[in-house]
Design a protein around this ligand. Structure first.
Ligand SMILES: Cc1ncc(COP(=O)(O)O)c(C=O)c1O
Length: 369
């Protein structure tokens, strides 16, 4: 049997190597995973008791529109609840957007090196991905605006960009939106929103008030530490949300995910703690990278992309064998770079220690340094 043409040859998503697999493969006990930009501090302690509240409801389908979470999140974001849509991870909202707006003969514009699902899902709909090179690791919004044609239905902006970690500023985004024709939907993927501390970072929800063409994507998988539950959300114009709801699976966000997200939202002290720890971790790691003279991109999320100066798989394998899982840039479009998720203080120290031993093994440092 032959699959349909738009699916033939599509890449299967390659996630970071799972902890369990590395333990088995290398016979290691103590393995740390700094490969998928998960929260090393777990999630709020309030989540576990909240899950118990669902224990008698496992036989019931969830409410598809997540009314309780919708109200609470709308209040938290100071947004109209009709502007929200929930997904089985923000991944699923990327899928719903592609399904709703793309078809053969249409195009979607994205950065050349960015979150890979935009391209895969564009192709899945038989549409054409138009890829615009990054400039110094940053979305080149001027070039992206020039790439828009009458066939363009969507522009994807990943902010902070995965895998570079760079951001576009509020002013740059606002100018970009002003240049776009009305038939284009702009998806601003802010999966790492809560980690960003740079004052120039866009307040995209405020842009949405007078710009109905934006949909903002966020997630509970990153700073809220709920990746296992698969829950993310989009904030857009109610008309866009209505269209997306037509393609949404009826019960796409399960009961436990909704319950976990409600509890997690209540614990903003945990979010602040994680954001602060992440900044400290970035400083610790980038100070060392500076000392070692290795290039890295300005890190605004919870990960750092840095240049090893060798084929990235060499450092990746070296770290892996010593129980530190990172992401090789080989598959990410930066063949000499490594993407490392910022961990706990202890995990960051371990990563730096092992990386230092890699540099020594490469003769890049005096062995007694
Ligand atoms: C930029 C970006 N968007 C979306 C996602 C998907 O997140 P979720 O777990 O909400 O599906 C990720 C996950 O790594 C991401 O990096």
């Amino acid at each position: 049997m032959k699959p349909k043409a738009s699916v033939r040859g599509l890449p299967v998503y390659q996630p970071g190597k799972p902890l369990e697999e590395v333990k088995r493969e290398f016979g290691l006990e103590d393995v740390i995973k700094l490969a998928s930009n998960e929260n090393p501090f777990g999630c709020s302690k309030q989540v576990w008791p909240a899950l118990a509240e669902e224990k008698d409801n496992f036989y019931l389908y969830p409410e598809g529109s997540a009314p309780e979470l919708r109200e609470k999140l709308a209040e938290h974001l100071e947004a109209d609840p009709r502007r929200l849509i929930f997904g089985n991870g923000s991944d699923e909202i990327v899928q719903m957007i592609a399904r709703t707006y793309l078809e053969p003969g249409t195009e979607s514009v994205m950065a050349e090196i960015t979150f890979p699902r935009y391209e895969t899902l564009t192709r899945m709909e038989g549409a054409i991905p138009v890829k615009v090179p990054l400039r110094d690791g940053i979305h080149d919004l001027e070039a992206m605006a020039r790439a828009v044609t009458e066939k363009t239905k969507i522009v994807w902006i990943c902010n902070p960009n995965n895998p570079t970690g760079t951001i576009v500023s509020h002013d740059a985004l606002s100018d970009f939106l002003d240049q776009l024709p009305d038939h284009v939907l702009v998806v601003v993927d802010e999966a790492y929103y809560e980690y960003v501390t740079d004052p120039s970072y866009p307040d995209t929800l405020s842009l949405l008030d007078y710009n109905p063409r934006i949909i903002v994507l966020r997630t509970f998988s990153k700073i809220y530490g709920l990746a296992a539950f698969r829950i993310g959300y989009g904030v857009g114009h109610p008309d866009v949300i209505t269209e997306l709801n037509r393609v949404r699976e009826p019960f796409n966000v399960n009961r436990l995910a909704q319950r976990a997200a409600l509890a997690a939202l209540d614990d903003q002290a945990f979010v602040t703690y994680c954001r602060n720890q992440n900044r400290l971790g970035i400083k610790k790691i980038t100070d060392k990278l500076d000392e070692w003279g290795l290039h890295y991109f300005p890190a605004h999320g919870n990960f750092i992309l840095f240049d090893t100066g060798y084929p990235a798989d060499e450092a990746f394998e070296y770290l892996l064998k010593r129980g530190v899982i990172v992401r090789s840039g080989q598959a990410l479009g930066y063949p000499t770079y490594i993407r490392v998720t910022v961990g706990t203080e202890e995990q960051n120290s371990r990563f730096l220690e092992v990386y230092e031993s890699f540099l020594k093994a490469k003769g890049k440092m005096p062995t007694n340094a």
